[in-house]
Design a binder for this molecule. Structure first.
Ligand SMILES: [Zn+2]
Length: 386
């Protein structure tokens, strides 16, 4: 793995990153096996392991058995070696998690809010979650905080250009606000990309470097990952699947256009259509319950949404040829019958030659995945080459 052009310092960083990532992917390993797998000589691996143990990024487990039956030391990522926190600011909720170095969630919390929450109240909830993160015994500092942001959010800017479903966030420079109060700047990431980061790091997607994610909730977003790299687009705004047109001359969308996917298949659209059919206001939680108990009106509305989502995600398969298409977000709480309906209709838009190579899968990371992904961006740094 050596390159003559690399100087010694750079080579050490590369080897260090290789050892950490190898252990992350394989689990506990004897030192000799790590050296063999990574083609490192004995001196190099000894120095690196000593350094990583000293920094508490690795730990030793004396429970393994060698081929001769003797106990042997296994090296592993030290879960307590570092922590990172992530917050998700979503329409309807603020949530926060703390991850350990192994990516395990060691603390989580969730505050329900309303879509029309004021900026002041939203900041109050954010600060409450941050105070709880700061007081958690496992947390070392707030230096490693990521914030998953909703809305039309360019990568390099300080705030969303437009937050259609959470107006309090629009133009909110949360970096400066938190710097003023706590003395540090969080790292911002769009919510759907945070979900992608969480899937890449914790969903073991390294074996599938070309995949797509759709995040189905109050808004609908998507991410295309090509060769393990998130595709951002020129201004970092790629992935606005919810605002692709699905019905010419359809209903007006919050974005100002007509007939967007979000007008027929988002949680807002489903709540609106169910409310109109039942002639009363209804929350998505109740819709999930009615759907699962077989309510015909709700089943028809959900079935219709699933058909539109099948068209949109089938188009994604035709455009990107992913090996996997992962479905995440609150809408997936409708369960397997809803997912089956999407899968049933997806062949009507995805070409068979592309669909046969695409695994359609539900995310296993749950409701906290945007907050988890926001924390993952800091955890990843420890494993990277700097
Ligand atoms: Zn739209």
């Amino acid at each position: 793995m050596e390159k003559e052009t690399c100087n010694h310092k750079q080579m050490r960083k590369i080897n260090r990153s290789a050892v950490l990532n190898h252990l992350r992917q394989t689990g506990p390993r004897p030192r000799a096996e790590i050296a063999r797998d990574l083609k490192m000589d004995g001196t190099t691996i000894t120095h690196l392991v000593r350094e990583l143990l000293k920094e508490k990024l690795l730990c030793v487990q004396s429970i393994g058995r060698s081929s001769t039956g003797k106990p042997q030391d296994l090296l592993d990522i030290n879960p307590d070696g570092a922590t990172a926190a992530g917050i998700s600011l979503a329409p309807g909720s603020v949530s926060g998690v703390i991850l350990n170095l192994k990516g395990e969630v060691i603390s989580r919390e969730h505050i329900m809010t309303s879509h029309s929450i004021s900026r002041q109240k939203l900041m109050g909830f954010i600060e409450k979650i941050i105070e709880n993160i700061l007081s958690h015994p496992s947390n070392q500092s707030l230096r490693e905080l990521g914030v998953a942001y909703h809305g039309i959010f360019p990568v390099k800017e300080k705030s969303s250009l437009r937050t259609l479903h959470l107006p309090a966030l629009e133009g909110l420079d949360i970096k400066s606000r938190l710097k003023e109060k706590y003395g540090f700047e969080p790292r911002l990431i769009s919510a759907t990309r945070a979900v992608a980061e969480a899937e890449m790091w914790l969903g073991n997607m390294s074996a599938a470097p070309d995949f797509c994610i759709v995040d189905l909730g109050v808004g609908i977003g998507s991410v295309n990952i090509s060769s393990g790299v998130i595709q951002y687009g020129t201004r970092g705004l790629a992935g606005e699947l919810g605002h692709t047109k699905i019905i010419p001359d359809g209903e007006k969308c919050l974005c100002g256009h007509f007939g967007c996917l979000e007008t027929v298949a988002s949680i807002n659209a489903i709540e609106k259509k169910t409310g109109a059919a039942l002639k009363r206001d209804i929350h998505f939680d109740e819709i999930v319950h009615l759907f699962k108990s077989g309510n015909k009106t709700v089943k028809n509305i959900i079935s219709n949404a699933a058909k539109y989502l099948a068209i949109a995600t089938g188009n994604m398969i035709n455009l990107h040829n992913p090996s996997k298409l992962i479905f995440s977000g609150l809408l997936m709480e409708l369960g397997e019958p809803f997912f089956d309906e999407i899968k049933l209709h997806i062949s009507e838009s995805a070409l068979p030659e592309l669909l046969e190579d695409t695994i359609l899968q539900r995310s296993s990371l749950g409701d906290y995945s945007p907050a988890i992904g926001a924390a993952v961006i800091s955890i990843k740094d420890i494993f990277a080459i700097h």
